[in-house]
Design a protein around this ligand. Structure first.
Ligand code: ZN
Ligand code: FE
Length: 257
């Protein structure tokens, strides 16, 4: 399977998956036109659409793609109101995509939204707006507790897992990561590497999960330096990792973005 980004809007990535044949799959097509242009250019048909959650910048292109490619199937979360979905998925379900030659396992990862799912298989994870490179999604229609639990579940996947998130936010996220842990050398190193990629207009996504574990403050609620920073922001002692996570997420929402 070959995975490549189709840039959309300001900073979205629509992920394009293909095998050795002439069929493709796209993840979170917020816009149809850049997808159609890419498929035409590459001479590919569209077998399926995978959707992670209900937000417009992830689902906005589905209706038009269904009209242009009438045989495709749309897979998406059972727990969200997305009318265009043909197959509603929950955690533990499997999706087989023979045209691309891959099978995904579905992970329930609520928090950014109430029914957000991720697709995990072939060493890759498509996680929408749940885990970002060096950051995580905001809490919109889920809860902080849910997002913390979802990220904890993701953190337990193999370290070599490639994280395909849906936005190019990495450099901005690393700025906040260095607020939380100014003395973390891995964050400094990743910032230099990401600056160099972005100067060349090269995507900083995907990232390896093990890099996230060393540099992403939202996966580091158990690390003493992160606990200390969260308690400094909150102004008092915090008990559980979920409380640490919530303080860090609130800090970024209120002071950084
Ligand atoms: Zn979203
Ligand atoms: Fe988004």
């Amino acid at each position: 399977m070959v995975i490549s980004p189709i840039p959309a809007f300001n900073d979205n990535y629509i992920w394009l998956l293909r095998g050795s044949g002439n069929q493709a799959v796209v993840v979170d097509p917020g816009d149809a036109l850049p997808v159609i242009e890419m498929l035409d250019k590459e001479g590919l048909g569209l077998e399926a659409i995978l959707v992670t959650h209900k937000h417009g910048d992830h689902v906005g292109g589905i209706e038009r793609l269904k009209r242009v490619y009438p045989n495709l199937l749309v897979y998406g979360p059972a727990g969200e109101p997305i009318p265009a979905i043909d197959r509603r998925l929950r955690g533990g379900d499997r999706v087989s995509l023979p045209g691309v030659g891959v099978e995904f396992e579905i992970l329930d990862v609520p928090g950014h939204t109430e029914g957000h799912i991720a697709y995990y298989g072939a060493g890759a994870m498509f996680c929408g707006d749940t885990l970002f490179a060096a950051g995580c999604g905001r809490v919109f229609s889920g809860t902080h507790q849910q997002l913390h639990e979802s990220l904890t579940r993701i953190a337990a996947l193999p370290g070599e897992t490639l994280v395909y998130c849906a936005h190019e936010y990495t450099l901005d996220n690393l700025g906040f990561a260095s607020w939380v842990e100014p003395d973390n050398p891995d964050i400094a190193q990743r910032t230099l590497e990401t600056e160099s990629l972005r100067r060349g207009d090269i995507p900083s996504v995907p990232s390896r999960l093990e890099v996230e574990l060393r540099t992403n403050p939202f996966l580091r609620s158990g690390v003493p330096a992160v606990v200390a920073a969260a308690e400094r922001y909150a102004g008092h002692q915090l008990g559980s990792p979920a409380e640490i996570f919530t303080a860090i997420r609130t800090w970024k929402d209120r002071e950084y973005d």
